[in-house]
Design a binder for this molecule. Structure first.
Ligand SMILES: Nc1ncnc2c1ncn2[C@@H]1O[C@H](COP(=O)(O)OP(=O)(O)OP(=O)(O)O)[C@@H](O)[C@H]1O
Length: 481
């Protein structure tokens, strides 16, 4: 009966069989609703919660169509991170094995010549991050995307966001070489903010489907918070990990933090406490990033410390806990981060460490997800017992990191990025210094004004007091007369 459900959506038997081998036997709502429209040739926008099977919702119909009329390059998938590109390509490869599907992954940080060669061999599916693909388009005439049938934007809203990595210029280059007659599919757990821009990319009045639900996170996720002063945060972190690892042998944990440096320091610190920890952030070499992720997926390391480069899309079933070492500034980021657990109907816990300065962020997260975070119970005495040891260890790790060339590397990476963006790093540095100067002058000016106002207020107060004193004296004198 389950088999017939996929077949009633229009998939061939070979594809249904292939799904079954991966434990995919009954379509999830996003698949059930979006696949028929895609198979009918319509553009589609699918917005469904994290871990709800959006990838197969586009991979399966593309494979179905490809099997009916195979030619390369048939489909282009764009995605914001390199790790996600590999994950998506893998789904295509596994599900499309009976077709002899050829895919090509085009991401930054990997050999460009090898990629160019693969592109010229007419793969059926290209999965790419926008920056590197745009580079290939600008620099090479050995491949063409002018006949693609499908353009897919996975994590579509992120691709349009002008965040720390801005994809918009690269997207323009890519869209410029694609045929107007194509099917465009857009998927994400958070489409609504950029809906209009996305509709423009889809062009042909897309079929839009959004999972109807009051909450924006899954029910299987137990969402918690711990209110903590900044300097006790790390002690809570160590305590939490100790408790989880004592109680569960087969659990994996992802810890999200805000900067690459913090990621590095926390990894060093947790290793000092003998926790099997590994990190993932954008300052690492790409090969190292892939290697670390593979080791985490294989449970060689149970703890992954990552920046938001790992916040979206990664599908690792063993992850039972997500810890937010910092409260995310955007509710959207929170939704994707905690969505790394409780996937495909499994249970999971998320714990967000909140300082007094982040409470307003928690309120806006709660408002967006339509769920209240519950306090996570902790025996505080236990945390205070390890507080000094944890903070001393952290300080030692910071000193160790300072003695390496981490900051220097960061600076070099920044300069490289600027050169790639066509900016002059020295000129930018000068501009930044000037801006800082203006800012500091403004700050000083403001402070001086505040001081003057304060002084004037004090003067007035003094005057008033004097007047009152004199009045009292006068009254007393008059009374004495
Ligand atoms: N019909 C299905 N039945 C059971 N499992 C499925 C089904 N479809 C997909 N899955 C599995 O569910 C998991 C999550 O799917 P997927 O990674 O596509 O989620 P997603 O919706 O893209 O999440 P995110 O928004 O975090 O990217 C995967 O391991 C996938 O193999």
């Amino acid at each position: 009966m389950k088999m017939s459900e996929f077949s009633s959506l229009g998939l061939s038997d070979w594809l249904i069989k292939q799904c079954k081998q991966l434990g995919i036997s009954k379509p999830t709502p996003v698949q059930e609703n979006c696949m028929p429209a895609i198979l009918q040739g319509r553009d589609c926008m699918g917005c469904a919660k994290t871990g709800s099977g959006k990838t197969a919702a586009f991979v399966l119909p593309v494979l179905q169509k490809l099997s009916e009329d195979p030619y390369g390059i048939f489909c282009l998938v764009l995605t914001p991170t390199r790790e996600l590109a590999y994950q998506i390509a893998e789904q295509f490869r596994v599900l499309g094995k009976p077709l002899g599907l050829r895919d090509c992954i085009v991401v930054g940080g990997m050999d460009m010549v090898a990629q160019a060669l693969e592109l010229s061999n007419q793969p059926h599916v290209v999965v790419a991050t926008p920056g590197r693909l745009a580079d290939h388009i600008r620099g090479s005439k050995t491949f063409s995307l002018s006949r693609i049938q499908f353009l897919i934007l996975d994590e579509a809203d992120r691709l349009l966001e002008q965040g720390c990595t801005d994809f918009t210029k690269d997207l323009e280059v890519i869209l410029g070489v694609l045929p107007a007659k194509r099917q465009t599919l857009l998927f994400s757990a958070t489409l609504t903010d950029t809906l209009q821009e996305l509709k423009n990319i889809a062009m042909n009045k897309p079929f839009f489907w959004e999972s109807k639900s009051e909450t924006r996170t899954v029910e299987e996720l137990d969402q918690r918070y711990i209110l903590t002063p900044e300097k006790v945060k790390d002690a809570y972190l160590v305590h939490l990990i100790q408790t989880f690892t004592d109680e569960h042998h087969d659990w994996s944990i992802i810890i999200f933090t805000n900067t690459c440096k913090n990621c590095q320091i926390l990894t060093m610190m947790l290793r000092e406490f003998n926790f099997p920890t590994i990190s993932l952030h954008s300052m690492m070499k790409q090969k190292q990033r892939f290697a670390n992720l593979a080791k985490f997926k294989a449970s060689v390391y149970k703890i992954l410390i990552a920046t938001d480069v790992a916040a979206r899309g990664l599908d690792i079933p063993t992850v039972q806990v997500v810890i937010n070492h910092n409260t995310p500034g955007l509710p959207k980021t929170y939704i994707h981060r905690v969505g790394r657990t409780a996937r495909a109907g499994r249970n999971g816990v998320s714990i967000t460490l909140v300082t007094q300065y982040d409470i307003h962020l928690v309120h806006s997260i709660e408002e967006q997800i339509q769920t209240k975070l519950k306090e996570y119970p902790v025996v505080e005495k236990e945390v205070h017992k390890i507080l000094t040891q944890v903070n001393v260890t952290r300080r030692e790790c910071e000193i160790k990191l300072e003695s390496t060339d981490f900051d220097e590397k960061k600076e070099i990476n920044k300069r490289k990025q600027m050169i790639l963006e066509g900016k002059d790093p020295d000129l930018e540095a000068k501009r930044k210094a000037e801006l800082e100067k203006i800012k500091s002058q403004k700050k000083k000016f403001k402070e001086r004004i505040q001081e003057t106002i304060q002084r004037q207020k004090q003067k007035q107060l003094k005057k008033k007091l004097m007047k009152r004193k004199q009045m009292k004296k006068k009254k007393a004198e008059e009374a004495a007369k």
